[in-house]
Write a protein that binds this ligand. Structure first.
Ligand code: DNO
Length: 358
């Protein structure tokens, strides 16, 4: 594995490349051209300048999170083929810049969903949290306004204000789209992009829906092992793989995370590793420190499973708590993610060395 950290670019991130480099544990970043809209082509020159900036800081650019997929592609709406052509052109330009992993999602309207961005834990740290009761009570069109005050002045991925301003139209676009239709639209997209992925060895890593069930009546498909298997089978190409996000699949306690990892050997192209604390099962959970004993997951078993399948891709600590007075994008501060990276590296080294001694 290679330890990385998500970085949103110098214009948007509160964390600097120099700080990331000084963690020592993190060797590369997963970044994006954050200002790009879905459907826009990323030029080879723009990608090169991002890559140069990262490399000048002594780090590597190990993949993109995300090249976003437009709602026209997700809904088979007007302009779908034009947007797919733009996506292919972006992949071509990434390939020419020697970038081989792209994380994306196929979630309708909202990317990940949380009902609180700064729930206070007993130690005074704050975390993102989800309450089904709050989701059931809220008008989905007001969702953004209800959490916007806790964004610390940042733009959160999937919750861009210009996107949220179109929320009514977005809901309309997904009216009548069933899960089967969404699978069909994903198939159409994947079939179109596989040739360019084959040409440049670009591993597509779909991010799961978070939480891993339908919210606000919207169809959601990347939620469980059988659904991932359906996706991999419908476009059977090793470049069609997944981001294994422990925190997203783990929102559903029925998802056995280590078993899923083992079943997905060879098709996990990127790993997000974090912990969650269930307060009332799926009905209420909050994010926790990465440490097993701070939450509900066995982090050693998760890392062990990744080790056992011979995972060689990028791994990153995921949402961190806000600690030590840091003001950053919720989930994406420096301090707690650095602790997470150190912890995961420690688990990995212990497993690796104990295996070598056998
Ligand atoms: C949340 C992230 C997601 C992820 C996208 C991928 O913090 O893991 O926003 O980046 O779903 O497109």
């Amino acid at each position: 594995m290679k330890m990385t950290m998500r970085w949103f670019g110098s214009k948007y991130d509160t964390v600097t490349l120099r700080q990331i480099r000084q963690t020592a544990y993190v060797k590369g970043v997963i970044s994006t051209l954050y200002g790009k809209m879905p459907g826009e082509v990323w030029s080879a020159a723009e990608i090169k300048s991002l890559k140069d900036e990262v490399e000048e800081a002594g780090l590597t650019l190990d993949g993109i999170e995300s090249v976003n997929v437009s709602d026209a592609i997700k809904t088979a709406g007007e302009g779908r083929d034009k947007d797919i052509d733009a996506y292919i052109q972006t992949l071509e330009n990434l390939g020419k810049n020697d970038i081989h992993m792209v994380c994306y999602n196929f979630m309708p309207v909202f990317d990940w969903t949380r009902t609180e961005l700064a729930r206070v834990r007993p130690d005074g740290s704050t975390v993102m949290a989800y309450s089904q009761k709050a989701v059931d009570a809220i008008d989905p069109e007001k969702m953004f306004d209800s959490i916007a005050g806790d964004m610390n002045g940042t733009v959160m991925p999937g919750w861009e204000p210009e996107r949220m301003a179109r929320i009514k139209d977005l809901f309309k676009m997904y009216e009548g789209i069933t899960e089967d239709a969404l699978f069909g639209n994903l198939k159409y997209f994947l079939e179109a992009i596989m040739p360019v992925c084959d040409k440049y060895d670009i591993k597509m890593a779909i991010h799961p829906d978070d939480p891993s069930w339908s919210v606000f009546g919207l169809p959601r498909i990347i939620t469980s092992l059988p659904n991932i298997q359906r996706m991999m089978k419908m476009v059977d190409n090793p470049h069609n793989g997944v981001t294994f996000c422990a925190g997203s699949y783990g929102t559903n306690p029925e998802n056995d995370l280590p078993a899923m990892i083992r079943a997905l050997k060879g098709r996990i192209h990127f790993a997000h590793v974090r912990n969650l604390q269930f307060n009332d099962g799926r009905n209420d959970f909050e994010e926790a420190a990465h440490l097993s004993s701070d939450g509900s997951f066995d982090m050693n078993a998760i890392v062990r499973a990744l080790y056992d399948i011979g995972f060689e891709g990028p791994i990153r600590p995921d949402h961190g708590r806000m600690i030590w007075g840091e003001k950053a994008m919720p989930g994406y501060g420096l301090y707690d993610r650095a602790l997470g990276a150190a912890y995961i590296c420690g688990l990995w080294e212990a497993i690796e060395k104990s295996e070598a001694e056998k």
